[in-house]
Design a protein around this ligand. Structure first.
Ligand SMILES: NC(=O)c1ccc[n+]([C@@H]2O[C@H](COP(=O)([O-])OP(=O)(O)OC[C@H]3O[C@@H](n4cnc5c(N)ncnc54)[C@H](OP(=O)(O)O)[C@@H]3O)[C@@H](O)[C@H]2O)c1
Length: 265
């Protein structure tokens, strides 16, 4: 395990020549992101590269992944708010690992639950991180994958992206923007050998939701990881976790507004 320290030049196997999964986790301390990495490692060899803003947390996360079978984990520092650093940081990670098979975009902030009365700086952070920062990282990652001619990006969206809810309009709107960008880019790159998988979980019990009352059909990071890894093995472009939320939100999205706004969502 190491941060980005110099290491001797070595001849790298061409991408795809090994069954090892080279994984780039954007949001290297995300509970859901790390659960996906652990779930992948249960299936076969995984070489993780974590990007995040807290080196100590990233170092611990790499050690944790290595303790469950991942090998040669590395990390680098990325503050998603530093938009001007995205291109070089992502390119450096691809260069360092000789490319990636899978990129997981797990950065996100939930922000205050006070809606219009929330601290405006908190609301702006949610809009900035969840749409602008994540959108930029998605674009840079997809360009790198398209250049190498293969690979998949998993985008952690949310059921809240399906239809804005009065209880958390800022988060819902920012995630809807990211979700929409990901779906559009998935179609735009469909013939380039690159795949985008959008994952829409409901309430997940993680650090992000600590202290909040669990919503109906609440799940765990492990459930999201299981569903994501299952979907990666197939051809889906969108996966709901748990799966029944797809049908439920399929109905909710078509409810008349006067009725929808009265629901305790
Ligand atoms: N938990 C849920 O109920 C739920 C439901 C649906 C979708 N999701 C989505 O799933 C993804 C992962 O969430 P999670 O539950 O695993 O929460 P989490 O453990 O809090 O992970 C969030 C990640 O975002 C990172 N992050 C936030 N702002 C950042 C910034 N400016 N620069 C770099 N990294 C930043 C955090 O890094 P630090 O460690 O440095 O804070 C952390 O790695 C998010 O996109 C979230 O919106 C979560």
């Amino acid at each position: 395990m190491s941060a980005l320290s110099p290491r001797p030049d070595e001849v790298r196997a061409p991408l795809g020549a090994t069954k090892e999964t080279r994984l780039l986790l954007l949001g290297g301390s995300s509970e859901i992101g790390l659960a996906i990495a652990r779930r992948l490692a249960a299936n076969g060899p995984v070489r993780p590269f974590l990007l995040g803003r807290d080196p100590e947390r990233l170092s611990q996360a790499v050690s944790l992944l290595e303790s469950v079978g991942c090998t040669d984990g590395e990390f680098d520092v990325l503050d998603a708010d530093l938009l001007s650093s995205h291109a070089t940081t992502i390119a450096r990670a691809f260069e360092r690992m000789g490319g990636f098979d899978l990129v997981v975009l797990a950065i996100g902030v939930l922000g205050g639950q006070a809606g219009l009365d929330a601290d405006i700086s908190e609301s702006l952070e949610v809009m900035r991180v969840d749409f602008l920062d994540c959108g930029s990282l998605l674009l840079h990652s997809l360009r790198e994958l398209r250049n190498q001619g293969r690979g998949t990006v998993v985008v952690l969206s949310t059921v809240a992206a399906e239809r804005p809810r009065a209880s958390n309009p800022v988060y819902g709107a920012a995630k809807a923007g990211l979700d929409s960008l990901a779906q559009g880019l998935a179609d735009a790159t469909a013939s380039s050998g690159v795949r985008v998988l959008v994952v829409r979980p409901g309430f997940v019990a993680t650090r992000m939701t600590k202290g909040l009352k669990p919503a109906p059909f609440a799940t765990t990071a492990e459930d999201v990881a299981d569903a994501t890894v299952r979907a990666l093995a197939g051809k889906a472009h969108t996966v709901w976790v748990p799966g029944r939320l797809r049908a439920i939100f399929g109905v909710l999205r078509h409810l008349p507004r006067p009725l929808y706004r009265r629901l305790p969502l």
